[in-house]
Design a protein around this ligand. Structure first.
Ligand code: ITT
Length: 198
């Protein structure tokens, strides 16, 4: 396992909701952040067939373009009754406008009256070095899809996801509550324990 020993980390995401969560989760470990927007990076095409392939592809695209150590996040919602959809296509279900009200409605309509509402959020983080090396970490949280959507916080599919053991959606939780249990927080726990010096 390679240790992060830089003092700057480039967060290779174009998703503002993710960038907000990632900088909060890493604030104790990294002195300086920059983002894909700061470096005017193009959004790479996600041609991988797994979360891990896409995460590595995004981290390496940014690392090769800038010469910096880059962290990417590939994530999505895996709905059991939809055979894992929208999965790696979670962002694409929002269409060109990235309209997640539309994406959540598509999930709701695809489920119809199927009694199996179980789902999981998955987050795969990749940290990529400019020499081509990458490390990958995965987090997962189980829950259920509800309808109608509830809550205004968070981003993406948060208003339709109730984590197991709770009766509120991720979008009804304060950020700290979501960070205590989320797929992204679990992947970050692995990243910081294995890859960051205390
Ligand atoms: P980048 O590739 O630039 O990071 P993206 O939005 O295209 O941004 P993904 O390809 O990983 O990222 O798509 C993941 C989608 O899954 C994202 O757009 C959200 O809609 C959804 N998602 C991921 N994590 C989520 C979370 O914590 N809460 C709600 N929705 C989430």
């Amino acid at each position: 396992m390679r240790i992060f020993d830089g003092d700057e980390l480039l967060i290779a995401t174009h998703n503002k909701g993710k960038a907000r969560e990632i900088s909060a989760l890493l604030s104790d470990y990294v002195a300086h952040f920059s983002t894909a927007a700061d470096h005017d990076l193009p959004e790479p095409e996600e041609t991988g067939e797994t979360f891990a392939e896409n995460a590595i592809l995004k981290a390496q695209a940014a690392a090769q373009a800038t010469g910096k150590i880059c962290l990417s996040d590939d994530s999505g919602l895996d709905v059991s009754a939809l055979n894992g959809d929208p999965g790696i296509y979670s962002a694409r279900w929002g269409g060109p406008e990235k309209d997640f009200n539309l994406a959540m409605k598509k999930v709701h309509e695809a489920l119809g009256d199927n009694p199996d509402r179980s789902a999981a959020f998955i987050c795969v983080l990749a940290i990529g070095w400019p020499d081509g090396h990458s490390e990958v970490f995965e987090g997962r949280v189980e829950g259920d899809i509800i309808w109608p959507m509830r809550g205004e916080k968070g981003f993406g599919y948060d208003p339709v996801f109730v984590p197991k053991g709770y009766d509120v959606t991720f979008a009804e939780m304060d950020p700290a509550e979501k960070h205590a249990i989320s797929h992204r927080a679990m992947a970050f726990d692995l990243l910081v324990t294995q890859c960051f010096k205390k």
